[in-house]
Design a protein. Structure first.
Length: 220
């Protein structure tokens, strides 16, 4: 039986995993920052031990991209150091680990979709701290672990660009938008389904990286 710890469970992806969890015969433990401080390795270890956790899905992240530029310490604590602690515990306890990362580890100058082995070059603090988390996880190298990079996540939960455009469409007859970004949106529910399907099948001796998004491109 899989005993699955899901961090960041009140975010867009975590909320979708919660909603889908009833379709899977696993024991899920959903946590947020009020119920588990992932920046405290002792708290993680205690939670893992007391609940016999054998799989972790780390959806927790500091996602305030602009704020991260001035709140560097907190962004690094969640996106880098917490990932390091989780990876260390996963390796020590032989726990399967799925960690969610971002397209912000790239600089956005490519004119074609990014592959997993394309050169990383983050532009800001958010992307840098997420990349540092990836590197820490790869260095520690817990077996049966993967990193999933995704982009432009949207869902019925939380705040996202799709909900913003729908709201503005109702409020205004005309919309003026600076379309200086091009990307591929990812429906959080589709990503959640993919994670839950591959979760029991992960078997590798080195951390693997996957880029995941839906099809289609738009500007924003």
């Amino acid at each position: 039986m899989l005993n699955v710890l899901v961090t960041g469970s009140n975010g867009q992806l975590g909320s979708e995993i919660q909603e889908l969890s009833c379709d899977y015969k696993y024991n899920f433990y959903f946590t947020d920052r009020t119920t588990l401080d992932i920046s405290n390795p002792h708290a993680i270890t205690e939670f893992v031990n007391s609940n016999s956790i054998n799989t972790i899905i780390n959806c927790a992240a500091y996602t305030a991209v602009d704020k991260a530029e001035t709140d560097i310490e907190n962004a690094d604590k969640i996106n880098h150091l917490s990932v390091k602690y989780i990876a260390e515990i996963a390796k020590e306890k032989n726990i399967n680990l799925i960690h969610i990362s971002t397209d912000y580890v790239f600089d956005g100058t490519n004119y074609k979709p990014y592959n997993e082995d394309d050169k990383t070059n983050p532009n800001g603090v958010y992307g840098k701290t997420k990349l540092d988390g990836e590197k820490a996880m790869q260095e520690i190298n817990p077996a049966n672990s993967i990193i999933i990079r995704t982009s432009w996540v949207y869902s019925s939960y939380g705040n996202n660009f799709v909900k913003t455009m729908l709201r503005l469409g109702k409020e205004k007859e005309q919309l003026g938008v600076i379309f200086d970004q091009v990307g591929t949106p990812t429906y959080a529910r589709d990503l959640a389904k993919a994670i839950l399907e591959i979760m029991p099948k992960i078997s590798n001796d080195k951390v693997k990286i996957y880029n995941y998004s839906n099809e289609g491109v738009l500007s924003w």
